[in-house]
Design a protein around this ligand. Structure first.
Ligand code: PEP
Ligand code: MG
Length: 319
């Protein structure tokens, strides 16, 4: 079975009826890109940069970050590399930086933390911009909930660009900026996102947590953490469809994208960009190659009308 899967490596992902699909890799540290390249991922869809900041005493400076981002771009040799800005807090603690909070998942995390620490954020943005001249780098912002956070982020990005121009350092002037859709509020107010950003990426891990009010790391409620809850599926579907209408690419980069049991469902919802751990890529590609998008579309439309999680699960198993 493994050697059969290996034969799929160089095969472009497309459905039986010829819909092209991109399969990208999630990585945590630059060496992971080697694994992404080995399975011939179409690029990096999510580089979780907080791992560069974790397990150390001081934050990496601009040069260190620049080298890390550039290393990934070099490894991916011209393929797109989507780098997510620092996403700490809640399940991703940063020694000395994140403070103790009663509800860390609802606290000063991710983009909220970055906007509260503009010096640190500007350093990361400059490092990203500097790396952007070496390939196709895209910047992804985590945990956005409201349009003012997008505005503040873009103001800081402009400031970082101005600082580099002053230093006469080149960067990709047209670097794309995208937003994670992982808070229900974002999925329900997509207009602000599609007007101001160039792409969207659905973080199902957090979207499930915030939609169902289930702590993603709490064993006591893990049985209630249900990716197939109809409320979750409605938000994912809405995001994919709204992005398509606005002509904005939408990917899924949460665990759902790498779960072969969800592949047909996501294809039927209209998803054409998946980002996952490199180890999942070939198996998901196999499901895509066997899927008929035109056949799945109407079936998924019917399934989305169900409002009982158990009925949804049965319907997904039958797809
Ligand atoms: C997600 O929330 O689905 C996601 C991709 O981000 P993380 O798991 O790093 O929070
Ligand atoms: Mg997340």
């Amino acid at each position: 079975e493994r050697s059969r899967l290996k034969r799929l490596k160089s095969m472009p992902a497309a459905t039986l009826d010829g819909e092209a699909v991109q399969i990208l890799a999630n990585i945590e540290l630059p060496p992971d890109a080697v694994q992404a390249k080995a399975v011939e991922a179409d690029g990096v869809g999510l580089f979780r940069t907080e791992f560069l900041f974790m397990s150390r005493d001081t934050w990496p400076n601009e040069d260190e970050q620049f080298e890390a981002y550039k290393a990934v771009i070099k490894t991916m040799a011209g393929k797109p590399v989507t780098v997510r800005t620092l996403d700490i807090g809640a399940d991703k603690e940063l020694e000395g930086a994140t403070r103790q909070e009663d509800n860390p998942a609802l606290g000063l995390r991710a983009i909220r933390f970055c906007l509260a620490e503009p010096k640190m954020f500007l350093t990361q943005l400059r490092a990203l911009l500097r790396a952007s001249q070496f390939g196709k780098l895209k910047i992804l912002i985590p945990m956005l909930a409201s349009s003012h956070e997008i505005d503040q982020t873009l103001v800081l990005l402009d400031k970082a660009k101005a600082q580099l121009r002053e230093r006469k350092i080149k960067f990709d002037e047209a670097v794309e900026v995208g937003g994670m859709i992982e808070v229900p509020a974002a999925a329900l107010c997509l207009g602000a996102f599609t007007r101001k950003l160039q792409f969207l990426s659905i973080g199902t891990n957090d979207l499930i947590q915030y939609t169902l009010a289930i702590d993603r790391g709490n064993e006591a409620v893990a049985h209630l953490y249900n990716p197939l809850h109809p409320a979750v599926l409605k938000l994912i579907h809405l995001t994919i469809q709204t992005g398509a209408k606005a002509g904005i690419p939408v990917s899924v980069c949460g665990e759902m994208a790498g779960d072969p049991e969800c592949t047909r469902l996501l294809i039927g919802m209209g998803l054409r960009q998946f980002s996952m751990h490199p180890a999942q890529i070939l198996e998901v590609k196999q499901s895509i190659l066997r899927a008929d998008a035109a056949d799945l579309g109407p079936k998924v439309q019917r399934l989305l009308k169900l409002d009982e999680p158990d009925r949804v699960r049965e319907a997904v198993e039958k797809l």
